[in-house]
Design a protein around this ligand. Structure first.
Ligand SMILES: [Fe+2]
Length: 298
């Protein structure tokens, strides 16, 4: 028997012109693999989904997450306890777990996350909204010359903001979504440190431009939370940002689906831009050390 939810029975309300939709009519605590297929299809279309008025226990949340793939512990957060794949994060009065820089989750990892499933448990009456930005649009609205240039580039991402500058990965600046085949921009303010094929100075200018462009208002949605809302985002073609503008308490629970492998639109067109020894070559040290370590692994 086909148990797939008929999307006609669902109420799907887009919440911006670029990405995001609210979905009503599907109780997530009873979701089946067929429901997960429906949700995946909606996610590919809308990039971030919001399910208001849900109530998942931690175990139901984990079970729901496992419908989408393998869940993994967050390597940069020391929470977990008996459920290592489940995180509860607290913030209040402008401090705590507030992701107030644009990022895609764990882009500092060789295999970043595929998607995240977040349960807003407690939130202030006003403030603490989250924004997401559509990175397909960020790529598609570049000029043809800039698209072509960016497709030949890769970038170094690191976990320096989490005190782990030694955790690094190089990813394409333009990636191809494994399911839709669409190209998207894949650099972010929080984790992306350097464009490999450009000098330090050039990288600062180009990366600064691209990370600002990636979060341009027309590419975004801003979502005001209510407790009991579950959000799911596709981490491969979006980035997000939390507004640190609230006084009260904000508690989120989340699980993360792993297994992503960013594939470039094209292979890098140029060699890494590293200087020979000079005073300014200190800016190349991190990239140089990473490339050496990678070469010795291969
Ligand atoms: Fe995040």
């Amino acid at each position: 028997m086909d148990t797939a939810i008929d999307t006609k029975a669902l109420e799907i309300t887009p919440v911006s012109g670029s990405l995001g939709a609210e979905v009503r009519g599907i109780p997530l605590q009873d979701a089946t693999p067929a429901d997960a297929d429906t949700i995946k299809a909606l996610l590919l279309e809308h990039l971030v989904l919001f399910f208001p008025d849900q109530a998942l226990t931690p175990d139901q949340h984990i079970a729901f997450g496992k419908l989408f793939g393998e869940l993994e512990s967050h390597p940069n957060l020391l929470f977990g306890g008996e459920r290592p794949e489940f995180f509860e994060l607290h913030a209040a009065g402008g401090e705590g777990a507030i992701a107030d820089e644009w990022h895609s989750d764990l882009s500092c990892e060789v295999s970043p996350s595929v998607m995240a499933i977040l349960h807003m448990v407690k939130c202030p009456d006003v403030g603490g909204d989250t924004m997401w930005a559509n990175q397909y649009k960020a790529y598609e609205q570049l000029s043809p010359a800039m698209k072509e240039f960016c497709e030949g580039l890769t970038a170094l991402h690191d976990a320096d903001p989490h005190g782990r500058a030694d955790r690094m990965a190089i990813h394409p600046v333009v990636r191809v979504h494994p399911e839709t085949g669409r190209k998207s921009l894949f650099v972010n303010e929080h984790f992306t440190r350097r464009i490999v094929e450009l000098s330090h100075e050039e990288s600062k200018a180009v990366l600064g431009y691209l990370t600002r462009w990636a979060a341009s208002p027309p590419f975004t949605v801003r979502y005001s939370w209510r407790a009991g809302t579950i959000a799911i985002w596709d981490n491969r073609c979006t980035q997000h940002y939390v507004l640190n503008d609230f006084e009260g308490e904000r508690v989120i629970q989340r699980v993360t689906v792993m297994g992503d492998h960013p594939e470039g639109a094209k292979p890098p067109r140029w060699d890494p831009a590293l200087r020979t020894l000079s005073a300014a070559s200190r800016h190349d040290r991190q990239l140089s050390q990473h490339l050496k370590a990678k070469a010795s692994e291969d």
